[in-house]
Design a binder for this molecule. Sequence first.
Ligand SMILES: N[C@@H](CCC[C@H](N)C(=O)O)C(=O)O
Length: 267
Amino acid sequence: MSTTLHFHKYQGTGNDFVMLDDRAETFDAADHALVRHLCDRRRGIGADGLILLRNHPEYDFEMVYFNADGHLGSMCGNGGRCTVAFARQLGVIETETHFLAADGPHEARIDADGTVHLRMQDVAGQQPLEGLGVFLDTGSPHVVRLQAAGTLAELNVFAEGRAIRYGELFHEKGTNINFVEAPAAPGQPWQVRTYERGVEDETLSCGTGVTAVALAASQHGATSPVHLRTPGGDLRVEFQTQPDGSFQHVYLIGPATRVFEGKIDVA
Ligand SMILES: N[C@@H](CCC[C@H](N)C(=O)O)C(=O)O
């Protein structure tokens, strides 16, 4: 017997999500095949991930995030901004919120123009990776690799990212990989392309990824706020660097857009 599922589709700088209002907790979060199907761009709705908005007794709501491969993911920054916009659309919040995600509590606010300011968890310092770049955990694991000037546009992010993601350093748990080009002139943005674990492809943007890039860029002279350009659009990251090399008051700032809503038949 098939049932009908009502969904909303959101995107944040081109990182797109199926959003489900699951305040009644009717969605089976253990049904990985269903999540995979809904994210399938040919047979389902199509998205980089799926997010359940659920009630929580101590927060305005809980965000439950799945990667497109059907498995629960860690924190998703673009998805977090989209969930805040979705919560406002549903009337769960007004302009400010305190919600729970996989990596813990988050605060956020929405400006009149729809820009969402999402506070991320504090981030421990970065770890150098011999010959590769640096590693940071911004709620999700990220490698940041600096590219030579003028090489990012032509880089095969899928092949290079996949080799690192499944390489001997990370193969069990995997990681996301951000390839970065520093600004060619003052005032220009850092450019970022990301291979995403769980999507297992390049996505148009990754929020926890650009956050990792901004923090890593501070070691190359960048100061808060850092402006970043992804293939899907521009984002801004604000932060405070602590004397021990960790980062606090980290904010990911950018748009979150409702694209459409609809119904899909599921087996
Ligand atoms: N697109 C996300 C990152 C999602 C997490 C990642 N795919 C993982 O599970 O490692 C973002 O915007 O942060």
